[in-house]
Design a protein around this ligand. Sequence first.
Ligand SMILES: [Ca+2]
Length: 342
Amino acid sequence: MRQTSPTMAALSVLRITLLLTVYCLSSVSGTCPESDQIHCGTSDRCTRIRYICDGDNDCGDNTDEDSTLCEAWRNTDCERNQAKCTRSGRSDCVTISHYCTLTSPPCEGTVDQRLCQMLANGKIRPLREIQLHTTTPAPTEPAPTEPSIHVREENFAGQFLMKLNNTIRHPDCPWLYTKVGDQCLSIFFVGNMSWMEARTFCQTIGGDLFTITEDFKAFAVLLQHFMTHQMTADFWIGGRYINTTVGWTWINDAPLPLGSPYWAVRHEERCTTRRINYSILNTTAEANDGVCYNYVQAPKDPPVGHCSSLDYKYYYYIADDNCFIKKSPLCVLPGEHPKQAQ
Ligand SMILES: [Ca+2]
């Protein structure tokens, strides 16, 4: 029997080690022995990339002929294993491997990027199982263009002009007046002054402070006008508190109505009961069995302000205020009908 020398035994061990190394390397993704090979899907084999979808079961597990894979792999533009690559003004048929590796610029074509991902991974996979590793940048919304300060100023100026047209200008009314319902009013929101100064201003432009007639429809029309034109200023009107005997009157000495639908509702910390007047019985009684209410619709008692105004905070219902506080004049031109356009 032939004896095995120690040197021969060492060589055998070395050969086995090398074979195992090659086997192990070929089992690891991306480490097929040759550069034009790729790992099969489920078997331990490597196969040539050009054998993908050639009709032969080269892998033994048929993964190189998977139907979804081949649907993307084959194309009608070029020979099998190739795809049309358009770049730098030229269109050429190149291998799919080459197609996927070209950059700067990359190929423009119809190759499914999941095939490129599969080749980069070095392992055949059904196309439906391949996740693209490349992150597509999220579409960014175009940044809103900031208008220049001049454009914004022009917009503000345009809005201001519209406001002037709705407050102090109208073809049916004299200068500084606009038409609200059947009346010419000067809604002079650009000025701020005391109640007495406001009345003087109104008289200077031919009118007087606004008063509410018995027809509360005119009041409703005014409120609607304020709301439509987004008015936010506070206005002096022609009501004032004379004394405890006379109470609140308009500047023409007509009594100024309190309560609904004119006077603002205020919340008070202390509650009060309300009384109902039964004129037939000539008696009064507490409303709702003496329920105590925290809302009042009357001037502050005792009076803290002796002039009436329409304030934005009270939704332009009448309120009492200190006559020296500065508010805008709300003037009315005498006469029920405005000047007709010439
Ligand atoms: Ca094949």
